[in-house]
Design a protein around this ligand. Structure first.
Ligand code: BJ8
Length: 386
């Protein structure tokens, strides 16, 4: 077992979340309004333009699941059950502090869960089209406008195009900074662990001071780069370099990402919602229609709820080449049908077009399969020729 490379002052995801709760409480005491969401399709620029704080609500722990199963079917994905359960048991401070929840019609389970969530707290649902036709694009732009109108009405504020433009600029700046951080792992040997990368990027969904967040991520990028130049540049690299794709993996980060890195591999890139794909395309700041500009960017999110979704394979192909990837691990959360079905294409593409090994892991938030996953990860690493 090797140690996962982490800085001395590294804060774990739960620690970062904990700190953020206190920060949010202070902001609420000072009159902040908060909009909670669950998905990368929701344009945070509209929330910011309303003067509200956006916060990610997806829950990644096992504890609230039994309570959720009293109202939801057991064979639903853990992310949905955990998120609903945290709201039901009032154990998520971010949910507690949210004034409004915004959901989206992505997968069936989430879409229907939002109906139940609305009984606990007002939940507005954006109707996401599931393809990228011209009609769908215009429809999605109109849905984004309707969302803006909802916020104006609900919070008694006015949101102008200029306010949205300003929010777009700020969000693009954040995307650029995070992308630069994520692209560090193109370097060989990898300068940071995937465990750190995933943790820091996921923490963005509850970092409320955008300027501070950008400064912090830039500072860490500069620090890692300097460390690599001084200590790793030119050194041989015998650690397999992995791409992790599939469902959001924060709930299985220790069980999969940390475990495989402790076995001697490096996760160098994530093709997931909090991975690199959402930062590669910016919102066009020159487009006259701000709603269309937002719609164009967000509809291109390479999530498996879109059909067809060939862009995901193109993205993976680019990542495999750019990050010198030796193998791909796909994480499927139990009962996530869209990612599970799409795994067929991803596996074939990776093995037949990119000619590297692929491994699919179907799992949930419990630790009961940890031993079995460890055995499979070990066997997978042995198939990598490095
Ligand atoms: S844009 S990945 S955040 S939908 S894992 S709840 S799909 S059954 S999380 Fe997602 Fe938005 Fe897509 Fe990203 Fe459903 Fe699957 Fe569960 Fe999922």
């Amino acid at each position: 077992m090797s140690e996962v490379k982490l800085p001395k002052n590294f804060e774990s995801y739960p620690e970062m979340r904990q700190k953020s709760f206190l920060n949010m409480k202070q902001q609420k005491d000072n009159g902040a309004i908060v909009v909670g969401s669950f998905c990368s399709f929701v344009p945070v620029e509209i929330v910011r333009a309303a003067g509200a704080l956006p916060v990610g609500l997806c829950s990644f722990t096992e504890e609230p699941i039994p309570a959720a199963e009293a109202n939801l079917p057991r064979n639903l994905c853990p992310l949905i059950k955990s998120s609903y359960g945290a709201a039901l048991t009032d154990t998520c401070p971010f949910f507690y502090f949210s004034d409004l929840i915004v959901g989206e019609t992505t997968c069936d389970g989430k879409m229907k869960m939002f109906e139940l969530l609305n009984e606990i707290k007002p939940t507005y649902v954006m109707q996401l089209p599931h393809n990228r036709s011209e009609e769908s694009l215009l429809y999605w732009a109109s849905e984004i406008r309707k969302f803006k109108e909802k916020l104006e009405d609900y919070f008694h504020v006015t949101i102008t195009d200029d306010m949205i433009r300003k929010a777009i600029k700020g969000q693009n700046e954040e995307r650029r900074a995070v992308l630069e951080f994520q692209e560090l792992s193109k370097l060989v040997p990898a300068p940071l662990s995937g465990y750190e990368m995933g943790t820091r990027v996921d923490a963005g969904s509850f970092s409320f001071d955008q300027k501070k967040r950008i400064e912090e991520i830039k500072a860490r990028t500069a620090e890692i780069r300097a460390d690599w130049e001084a200590n790793y540049k030119g050194k041989p690299d015998d650690r397999p370099r992995l791409l992790v794709t599939g469902c959001p993996n924060a709930g299985v980060r220790d069980k999969v990402i940390k475990a495989v890195e402790e076995m001697g591999a490096d996760v160098v890139v994530f093709d997931t919602c909090s991975g690199i794909r959402n930062n590669l395309e910016l919102v066009d700041e020159t487009e006259a229609d701000v709603y269309l500009a937002l719609a164009k960017k967000y509809i291109n999110t390479n999530c498996s709820v879109m059909s067809p979704n060939g862009g995901r394979r193109e993205g993976i192909s680019w990542m495999v080449d750019e990050f010198h990837v030796d193998g791909v691990i796909e994480v499927i959360l139990q009962s996530c049908h869209t990612y599970d079905v799409e795994a067929y294409y991803i596996k074939n593409y990776v093995t037949q077009e990119k000619h590297i090994p692929y491994m699919g892991i179907e799992t949930d938030y419990s630790m009961s399969d940890k031993g079995q996953i460890n055995t499979r990860l070990q066997a997978f690493l042995e198939t990598i020729d490095k």
